[in-house]
Design a protein around this ligand. Structure first.
Ligand code: NDP
Length: 304
């Protein structure tokens, strides 16, 4: 059963530590995944308009019979919706079949045109200001607002703006042994921003699942490598973690969080970089092919 742990947001709300991720969970499979998760103790579900499954996530929530108010529901603004966040919110609420979100995130600080090119006519910081406005005007629709894929440089830009009055409740970023990001995690902690770890297993076909160190720790506790990798994030103070699966047995098994020793955490964090792209880390080269010449400095590039 899922550890009943939670983390307090800067809004005062409690965010359950473990959430079910739904990226690449397709309509036709995601309904069951959400239903199984909720029936087996998960109380935190993560989706995004970009995942094209908000309606089916909503169907899974209904099928579970778990009351809406017991669930922490997160969705994200699509890159192509930076100029029209109000309409995007309306779309997400309608698709999910809910009157409110527990957390609404800016998915990437990367506004795009409908044809998928970088949209240099808008800065994501303006989008954040629009988020603040909606949040203040409609607390009954949006309980908390946050960001995703935001590096320290980007936060520094954000906080320089005198019109920024709401500190993001959450920063959802990629965290796993090949992308530890201690500096970013410490920065967020100091600012009172909860970090949510995405891709804790290293995402699809991850070499981390067959890594010798991970397997050794899994054997010691009699759990799977996935349990070790999810627990690694859940063991970091103040962090929440999303793990994705559409396989019922994995969804249930992944919820077992184990307590790792400091030594094991250190050893797991020293695994060499084998996993995928490491978004938002210094190694991330960005979406240059889409017209973001230097993703790390995109906020500066877009400044008027
Ligand atoms: N804000 C952002 O930009 C991003 C957010 N996210 C969020 O974070 C969530 C988690 O990240 P994600 O990238 O999906 O990757 P994960 O690290 O959660 O890995 C998911 C993959 O691992 C497989 N898997 C799950 N459990 C096990 C297990 N016990 N043993 C072996 N394989 C397993 C899944 O397969 P199967 O489903 O077939 O069981 C799937 O292929 C996303 O779903 C999404 O909600 C992710 C990326 C970017």
């Amino acid at each position: 059963m899922v550890a009943s742990k939670s983390v307090k947001l800067n809004t005062g709300a409690e965010m359950p530590t473990l959430g079910l991720g739904t990226w690449k969970s397709k309509p036709g499979e995601v309904e069951k995944a959400v239903e199984v998760a909720l029936k087996n103790g998960y109380r935190h579900i993560d989706t995004a308009t970009a995942y094209a499954n908000e309606k089916e996530v909503g169907d899974g929530i209904k099928a579970s019979g778990v009351p809406r108010e017991e669930i922490f529901l997160v969705t994200k603004l699509n890159n192509t919706d930076h100029k029209a966040p109000e309409e995007a919110l309306k779309y997400s609420l309608n698709a999910l079949g809910t009157s409110y979100l527990d957390l609404w995130l800016i998915h990437w600080p990367a506004p795009m045109t409908k044809s998928g090119e970088a949209d240099k006519s808008i800065n994501w910081i303006d989008t954040w200001k629009a988020f603040q406005k909606i949040y203040k005007a409609h607390p009954e629709k949006v309980k908390a607002i946050g960001v995703s894929n935001i590096s320290i440089d980007f936060f520094e830009e954000l906080f320089k703006d005198p019109e920024v009055t709401v500190i993001p409740a959450v920063n959802q970023v990629e965290l796993h042994p090949s992308n530890v990001q201690d500096e970013l995690v410490d920065y967020c902690r100091k600012k009172g921003i909860v970090v949510t770890a995405y891709s804790p297993l290293g995402s699809d076909k991850s070499p981390l699942l067959t890594n010798k160190t991970v397997e050794k720790v899994a054997k010691k506790y009699g759990v799977s490598p996935a349990n070790v990798l999810i627990s690694l994030q859940a063991n970091r103070p103040g962090i929440t973690v999303l793990s994705k699966s559409v396989t019922p047995e994995r969804i249930i098994a992944n919820a077992k969080i184990i307590d790792l020793t400091d030594e094991e955490i250190k050893e797991l964090h020293e695994i060499e970089n084998t996993a995928r792209f490491r978004a938002c880390s210094p190694l991330w080269t960005g979406w240059g092919h889409l017209g973001f010449p230097d993703f790390k400095n995109v906020a500066l590039t877009f400044a008027k």
